[in-house]
Write a protein of this length. Structure first.
Length: 321
């Protein structure tokens, strides 16, 4: 059985499938039902959309049994009891509190969700000897260098990055067979919080101007390709830290590419700088990731921005029809 933990984020839930029909797989989808912002209010719709998305993607294979479990993620005993009861061979821990400014303000909550919950997952996984896939972030880096490799020393400059780094350390310090995946600026369609690419597409579709940073550089990562890579990881079970992300570019250049992929008016995109942003938390100036190591292991072309934007455009159009 595979246990997948999700929060209201754009990690793709849908492509947990096998190309060859060998046996039926149970995928237990753990949705964090915490009373925070809109999550609890929208939980039924959220779970419904996840289920619909997964069923659409898996309809042809008919080999995955889906179970949905609502759980407050930082309730340590409940989380550990669930893992010990279900005994998953594989755990994909993607749940996190990813609101960077929110983490800076709600530090206790951020610590509970991002650190304590991960520690609980690790503790239970060690008992049943699960293979653990942990989804981290590029924000473990300070952004002074850019194009970071897995060997570069993390140095987070905001509380969100700190909690994710400490969670990474809990995973790496365990005796588990583990994989830490670091994506960057995840985007895509599907339920969850609004991401940069969808925000750009929505605004331009409405004929509204949008500002994009010319001096912040990331490696935009399509959720669909990230999911396919996670599927490969479940099969291959590599060990260690891997950067799974797209090509390095500024937020502004990425916004232009999103507009072009959807044939939307790029002239509505206005340049802005990080100095003009009214953030509570600091952001790395260049948190782009070097993905050479991961490219040698995985077949999925997660690094191909043209492919990623083509898929994004198709998925976006299909959802707005």
């Amino acid at each position: 059985m595979i246990l997948v933990s999700l929060y209201a984020i754009t990690i793709p839930y849908a492509t947990m499938r096998k190309d060859r029909v060998e046996s039926r797989i149970t995928v237990e989808v753990l949705v964090n039902m915490v009373r925070h912002q809109r999550c609890l209010v929208r939980k039924r719709k959220f779970v419904s959309e996840i289920k619909k998305t997964i069923e659409l993607d898996l309809f042809r294979k008919r080999l995955i049994i889906l179970k949905f479990v609502g759980l407050i993620l930082f309730m340590d005993k409940n989380l550990e009891d669930l893992i010990l009861k279900t005994k998953p061979e594989i755990i994909v821990h993607a749940a996190a509190y990813t609101d960077v400014d929110g983490c800076e303000v709600n530090k206790e909550y951020a610590w509970k969700v991002n650190v304590n919950a991960t520690r609980s997952v690790v503790r239970a996984a060690k008992i049943i000897k699960s293979y653990l896939v942990y989804v981290s972030t590029d924000y473990v880096f300070d952004g002074d260098k850019g194009y970071y490799t897995e060997e570069d020393l993390p140095n987070p400059i905001n509380f969100y990055g700190l909690t994710k780094l400490i969670a990474e350390e809990h995973v790496k310090a365990s005796d588990l067979l583990y994989l830490v995946i670091r994506p960057s600026a995840i985007y895509g369609t599907g339920p969850g919080k609004l991401n940069f690419a969808t925000f750009i597409a929505n605004r331009l579709s409405e004929g509204k101007e949008v500002k994009a940073l010319v001096d912040q550089f990331v490696s935009p990562t399509l959720n669909t390709l990230l999911a396919r890579t996670i599927v490969e990881a479940v099969e291959l079970k590599p060990i260690g830290v891997f950067h799974v992300a797209g090509e390095r570019m500024s937020r502004y250049d990425f916004a232009i590419e999103v507009a072009e992929a959807l044939n939307l008016p790029r002239e509505l995109i206005r340049k802005t700088t990080m100095d003009e942003m009214k953030w509570r938390a600091r952001r790395p100036k260049d948190s782009s990731l070097n993905t050479v190591k991961a490219r040698k292991i995985f077949k999925t072309k997660f690094f191909d921005n043209k492919l990623a934007l083509k898929i994004f455009a198709e998925e976006y159009r299909s959802r707005v029809r």
